[in-house]
Design a protein around this ligand. Structure first.
Ligand code: S3P
Length: 191
């Protein structure tokens, strides 16, 4: 995609106090669970980008990948996230690949406060093993696939405004850490 198009889709930057809080990180990091609790703590609405894509498409993410493929999914994801971030301030859980898409990342940078939920391989694998809903992990060796995704994605996730370790402890503690770091992240955006 050309830079001009990216700018067009990403739109103008939003003041920090109006920005959505956008959770990024790998599958199994706890973005939806932590996001819901964070939204409660901040008295904001919660949205889940994957869920919104499923509603818009009228099928599951797995079926979407099978029918239309990953590039079409990323396109839908980009549009859904752009639409949500144009709405009222909220907490948004994104799918693990969203922040890897240059246009989606630009939209989040202009309109959101990004929070990376960082987790180690064992924790991610223990969490994703509970549900078979991740098309990218339908491989001969899901653990090796997850490791590869960590290698590719962690350097990019590291560009988020806030990083918090999702270490298997109580979700409430993670929420408190995010709340604690929000003010200084917002200050940095204005300076
Ligand atoms: C993906 C993560 C999934 C979902 C899709 C692709 C990814 O979301 O968007 O299966 O590329 O990492 P979760 O991170 O919520 O599992």
């Amino acid at each position: 995609m050309q830079l001009q198009d990216e700018n067009e889709i990403a739109g103008t930057p939003v003041p920090p106090e109006e920005r959505a809080i956008v959770l990024v990180g790998l599958m199994g990091a706890g973005k939806s669970t932590v996001g819901r609790r964070l939204a409660n703590a901040l008295h904001l609405q919660f949205h889940d980008a994957d869920h919104e894509i499923e509603t818009a498409a009228g099928c599951s993410i797995t079926d979407f990948f099978e029918k239309y493929g990953e590039p079409a999914f990323r396109e839908g994801e980009r549009r859904v996230i752009a639409r949500l971030l144009d709405g009222p301030r909220h907490v948004l859980a994104t799918g693990g690949g969203a922040f890897m898409d240059p246009t989606t990342r630009e939209i989040i940078k202009r309109k959101g406060i990004s929070v990376w939920l960082r987790a180690d391989l064992d924790l991610l694998m223990a969490r994703v093993a509970k549900r078979q809903t991740r098309p990218l992990l339908k491989t001969a060796d899901p653990r090796a696939t997850m490791q590869k995704l960590m290698d590719e994605r962690y350097p990019v996730y590291a560009g988020a405004n806030i990083t918090v370790d999702s270490n298997g402890g109580p979700h409430e503690a993670i929420v408190q850490q995010i709340v604690h770091q929000l003010a200084s992240a917002m200050e940095k955006m204005t300076s």
